[in-house]
Design a binder for this molecule. Structure first.
Ligand code: AMP
Length: 201
């Protein structure tokens, strides 16, 4: 990467595809903060804040937090100094409305997302992974029903965004099966190619 460019990135994919693990790798590689709306919500739930109380039941049921609230949180976060030179979003935008809200947030600085990594994984594979994690970490709330519901919400609300990013020419599809290292290498290759093309254009 040259230091004259910013990288505004997003990682998207079904729950359980390994986005969080890969997000920190990507963020480190491109020198940008990883911003996860799920992490922000979980920290607020843990801290017992008003926001945490507002979103806890929604998250436990596997539903999406309302767009207006989520957009507000991201807008605040993107205004912090560390995000001015770029960022990696993980778990946002998740609906078409959130895509439009993000576009509006970035418009004043004449920017948009530079690349979107789609981490591909089969539903049965990710459900199996999430069930195992729930058992290992004692997450009693993560029942199979809730885990499957989150996959349905992804398929209905978030998967349609992939076509939208593809039309914009910023999509980088990566097979999410394999070791953390293997997947990280695929992402790095795909992103370097996409961002390199941008630098030259
Ligand atoms: P994640 O860790 O990204 O899977 O997020 C955990 C949960 O937080 C999701 O199942 C949603 O309930 C909520 N959440 C995270 N990001 C968003 C978002 N962009 N829009 C609405 N709800 C979200």
């Amino acid at each position: 990467m040259t230091d004259t460019t910013t990288a505004r990135l997003l990682i998207i994919g079904p729950p359980g595809a390994g986005k969080g693990t890969q997000a920190s790798r990507i963020a480190e590689r491109y020198g940008v903060p990883a911003i996860s709306t799920g992490d922000i919500f979980r920290a607020n739930i843990k801290g017992g804040t008003p926001l945490g109380k507002q979103v806890q039941a929604i998250i436990e049921q596997g539903e999406l937090v309302p767009d207006s609230l989520t957009n507000e949180i991201v807008e605040d976060r993107l205004q912090q100094a560390d995000a001015v030179g770029g960022f990696l979003l993980d778990g946002y935008p998740r609906t078409v409305e959130q895509v439009h809200a993000l576009d509006a947030m970035l418009r004043p600085v004449g920017a948009g997302l530079d690349a979107v990594v789609l981490l591909e994984a089969e539903v049965d594979e990710v459900v199996a992974r999430l069930l195992k994690r729930a058992e290992l970490e004692g997450r009693a709330d993560d029942t199979e029903e809730v885990i499957r519901h989150r996959q349905e919400v992804y398929a209905e609300q978030t998967a349609p965004l992939v076509a939208l990013f593809s039309e914009r020419g910023i999509l980088v599809s990566v097979n999410g099966l394999g070791t953390v290292e293997e997947v990280a290498d695929r992402i790095a290759q795909g992103l370097d190619a996409k961002l390199g093309a941008r630098v030259g254009s």
